[in-house]
Design a protein around this ligand. Structure first.
Ligand code: AMP
Ligand code: MG
Length: 327
């Protein structure tokens, strides 16, 4: 199969919607990362998603709809607090776990009775789902051994020959995945930190329980390079330099992920400067991890960040990817 990158004209979006309707897979941009879409109620199409991504079948998929009123088509018993979050944050980088409606097949939920729902905040994604007229599963459009894609070219790198079309929407705005909250209990439980911060959610509905430790948090991808994640403290840069030097002396190719403003602190050592802000760090993280793989880096040392706002989502991802190797 030839894989083509398409500009997101209405005609091309319609063409992709038609493909989805016929049970095929299409990759498209969302504000978090690129998604590999299939119609959620089409069990055979959903199974193809697992096959193409090389995804474990026990890991359920998030389902996207184009508008709030469509949520009742795939979920039932939606609690009051969930309604408040839907009103406030959808469309957006927030996924809610709810009781599933009967039409959602087991292949989507890994056999469970819940479904994870979101409305992407991206006009191309929304148009595509609306044209399709059905809910669409939206896992990241990478193979499971690669970082989530934040550009159409990343999708092509991983899925060339496996899908027909990739809609090109430029760089994903947020760059890390959605925040996932299980709304079936009160207080609700955070399953994964992401684009919408826990603080902003708590401002709407009061306290939620955080269970985003290594066993619950899930960014999917585990990098090829070893990741060391630094805690955030005053002597951070000196300590990172020391570790980088030890590793280099032992023949490792090392790169330091740091904010632009800190790059000077690492002298001649190899750095990837990820941008000025924590949002930039999140936005660029996966692209730099791809670059580390391409450059055969052995160890990535990632600077720590303060644990508020998007910073806590970054910490969540980096701890998971480091396998708990914190320096
Ligand atoms: P990904 O597609 O890699 O962003 O992963 C989707 C994430 O959503 C995984 O961490 C899943 O465990 C989680 N997820 C999807 N559906 C559900 C569900 N019904 N209940 C709990 N978590 C879910
Ligand atoms: Mg993923």
């Amino acid at each position: 199969m030839n894989t083509r990158i398409l500009q997101p004209t209405s005609a091309n979006i319609l063409r992709c919607a038609t493909r989805l309707g016929r049970g095929e897979l299409v990759a498209f941009p969302t504000e978090t990362v690129y998604a590999l879409g299939a119609v959620a109620t089409d069990e055979a199409a959903v199974k193809k998603v697992y096959e193409v991504k090389g995804r474990q079948s026990d890991k359920p998929l998030i389902v996207a709809v184009a508008k709030k009123s469509d949520i009742s088509g795939i979920a039932k018993n939606v609690p009051e607090k969930a309604k408040m979050l839907i009103d406030k944050f959808m469309p957006g980088a927030l996924t809610l776990v709810l009781d599933k409606a009967d039409c959602v097949p087991d292949a989507v939920t890994a056999g469970g009775s819940s479904v994870a729902v979101r409305i992407p905040d991206n006009p191309i994604a929304l148009k595509l789902i609306a044209f399709t007229g059905k809910p669409v599963v939206v896992p990241s459009a990478n193979t499971s051994d690669k970082p989530s894609p934040t550009l159409a070219s990343h999708v092509l790198d991983d899925l060339d020959g496996k899908i027909e079309y990739i809609l090109d929407g430029g760089a994903s705005e947020i760059g890390i995945e959605s925040t996932i909250i299980d709304m079936r209990t009160d207080p609700p439980v955070v399953l994964r930190g992401g684009g919408v911060t826990v603080e902003s959610i708590e401002r709407e509905i009061g306290p939620i329980i955080s269970r985003t430790g290594a066993e619950r948090s899930d960014g999917g991808y585990m990098p090829t390079a070893d990741i060391l994640f630094s805690a955030y403290y005053d002597g951070m840069a000196q300590n990172i330099c020391k570790r980088a030097d030890e590793l280099s002396q032992n023949g490792n190719r090392v790169v330091i992920l740091c904010l632009d403003g800190n790059a000077d602190k690492y002298g001649e050592r190899k750095v990837y400067a990820v941008g000025k802000t924590y949002s930039d760090y999140a936005h660029n993280l996966f692209a730099y991890l791809r670059r580390a793989d391409a450059e055969h880096i052995d160890t990535v040392i990632a600077e720590g960040v303060e644990s508020d706002g998007i910073g806590s989502s970054l910490i969540n991802r980096l701890i998971k990817m480091s396998g708990g190797q914190i320096i």
